[in-house]
Design a protein around this ligand. Structure first.
Ligand code: GUN
Length: 289
């Protein structure tokens, strides 16, 4: 089985980005600037945002982290968003999700200037993507597309099954893979919590993309021999033998599948690092105007 090593691939792409930023600096051009808004104390969000900021530093981008308390009002968060929209030095920014319950994520998303929406979450960017027009693509699906492309995994004419229909992963993933182009041109089936007879679908998949947030839910009996497995899940499961009290695992039973499939992403070190790289690529694009 081939391990689809997102960590190594992300380092390669970051080195390419760094070369490009160095060239921009030498030419006296605008250094890309990414801002991140982090609300509250969700531990996973802290880790993700720290990785994003650290990756900016690695490639020579400017980054700003705006931290707001868990009990920040929606009004104050929207004021922060308006400030970022108006800040000419900030090329792109993200508001890390999930937001606290008292804040309406849709209202915040709709306030983001699509030109700075390097997460690709606003209606304008999702609409452009759906039409196949240039846009900021959502980081996780785009990271997966980059990985399929760089590893030379053919998608044309293949049966792709996407598990999960979230706005961030499942839905855009299914749109991108069914679009004309390579990667793309696939026959896509989307499964979700209301799907009946999921096994029928998963067993037909040449490429299975799991984004459901259920630890190790995809087991060997659910997949076809030789399939390609993309595991988007990052789940914390209790593990008393670890110092931090938990371990990370995906939505796929990696050890159970590794002798049956042809290629698979590990967790951690698979899709996660590719997501960060996509965000950097979008920010570079944003800085070019
Ligand atoms: N939470 C989980 N994934 C993401 C992401 O890609 N962007 C943002 N803003 N929040 C997230």
């Amino acid at each position: 089985m081939q391990v689809l090593d997102g960590k190594a691939l992300s380092e390669t792409i970051k080195a390419e980005l760094k070369d490009e930023v160095d060239a921009i600096r030498s030419a006296g051009g605008k250094i890309p600037h990414l801002a991140a808004v982090l609300v509250g104390d969700n531990p996973a969000s802290h880790v993700y945002v720290r990785n994003k900021v650290r990756s900016c530093e690695q490639v020579g981008f400017k980054s700003s982290l705006i931290r707001l308390p868990e009990d920040v009002s929606q009004e104050d968060l929207l004021a922060e968003v308006a400030k970022l929209n108006a800040d000419e030095d900030v090329d792109g920014y993200i508001v890390q999700l999930p937001l606290p319950k008292h804040i309406d994520e849709d209202t915040v998303n709709l306030a983001i200037d699509p030109k700075k929406d390097v997460d690709g979450f606003t209606p304008v960017n999702i609409g452009l993507m759906t039409l196949g027009l240039p846009s900021y693509l959502p980081a996780t699906p785009n990271g997966i597309m980059t990985m399929l492309e760089r590893y030379g995994i053919q998608t044309t004419g293949k049966e792709v099954v996407v598990l999960g229909r979230s706005n961030i992963v499942g839905t855009p993933m299914s749109i991108l893979l069914s679009r004309k182009g390579e990667p793309g041109n696939a026959t896509v089936t989307m499964c979700h919590s209301r799907t009946e007879g999921m096994l029928f679908h998963t067993k037909r998949a040449d490429i299975l993309i799991a984004a459901i947030g259920k630890p190790e839910m995809v087991t060997a009996d659910m997949v076809k021999e030789g399939a390609v497995i993309i595991d988007v899940g990052i789940n914390r499961v209790e593990d008393a033998s670890r110092k931090r009290g938990y371990r990370l695992c995906g939505d796929v039973d990696y050890n159970g599948l590794k002798d049956k499939v042809s290629a698979m992403t590990p967790v951690p070190g698979g899709v996660g690092p590719m997501t960060v790289v996509s965000l950097l690529m979008n920010t570079l694009q944003a800085s070019k105007g």
